[in-house]
Write a new protein. Structure first.
Length: 267
């Protein structure tokens, strides 16, 4: 059970097929140009993994993207520790984007779990130019998760990912999106790590609810339905948004199991 609650740790879960839940599409608050337009070169895809993970966690998506003709690579934050903040991770991402931008003028970031928060912090606070035009988050706790409450209380990222944390309050203030960036968020109601799972919904982004047997926090990385959304976005299409498109900030801070507050009692 503990392994399932670690943000982004390797797993073989989620090999089963899945489907995108049918609901009427809702447009995001701000429309931005798609990742790839007709006549333009395909974007370079930078994969960003989650906490306590490595670039190997993104291998399934990386192999698929390579097969489908996309130039891609994955970040690796394995040298950072449990006391390093999300902003520290974002600093590493900023350096990597600078390197890739020297060779690729069209960069798309696909980020899993905490990697999505790292990407958002980078875009809001560290971006020097408009190097990244499109971001796709997968199972990112945009509004936090109570899933880290059984982990060591001295872990900086898990504290920052608690709903209502100062980090998230600042990150989500004013707007969850960044002007000039096309945001997409893929989530599943059977996440198991992002608790409650609806906290993966990103206000202002185009959200996609993916359901199916075996689709979990890590299973989304191997989900056919999730990959189809990623591929459509990379091809410059706009897949129909599915599921809720907004998340109430107060509701996001409400613990679904109020009797289980291990982390809160230790703080």
């Amino acid at each position: 059970m503990l392994a399932l609650l670690i943000m982004g740790a390797p797993s073989r879960l989620g090999l089963a097929s899945a489907s995108v839940a049918p609901m009427a599409p809702v447009a995001p608050t701000a429309a931005v140009a798609p990742a790839a337009l007709a006549g333009q070169p395909r974007p370079f895809v930078l994969l960003v993994h989650g906490w306590l993970a490595t670039s190997l966690d993104m291998l399934a998506i990386r192999l698929r993207l390579t097969r489908d003709g996309f130039d891609c690579d994955a970040m690796d934050f394995s040298h950072l520790g449990v006391l390093d903040s999300i902003s520290d991770y974002a600093g590493e991402l900023a350096l990597r984007v600078e390197v890739e931008y020297a060779r690729h003028r069209n960069i798309v970031i696909v980020a899993h779990s905490m990697g999505g928060l790292v990407t958002r912090y980078y875009l809001r606070n560290l971006r020097a130019t408009d190097q990244v035009k499109t971001v796709i988050t997968v199972a990112t706790p945009h509004h936090g998760t109570f899933g880290g409450m059984i982990l060591p209380p001295k872990s900086t990222p898990t504290s920052e990912m608690l709903p209502g944390s100062p980090f998230l309050e600042e990150l989500n203030s004013v707007s969850e999106t960044v002007p000039g960036v096309d945001f997409h968020a893929i989530w599943t109601p059977t996440d198991g790590v992002v608790i409650p799972p609806e906290n993966s919904i990103m206000c202002g982004a185009r959200n996609y609810k993916v359901s199916g047997l075996g689709v979990t926090h890590l299973g989304l990385l191997m989900s056919d339905a999730a990959y189809e959304v990623i591929l459509d976005v990379l091809h410059g299409q706009r897949p129909p948004a599915t599921g809720p498109q907004t998340r109430d900030h107060n509701e996001a801070k409400r613990h679904p199991l109020p009797w289980l507050r291990l982390r809160d009692e230790r703080q």
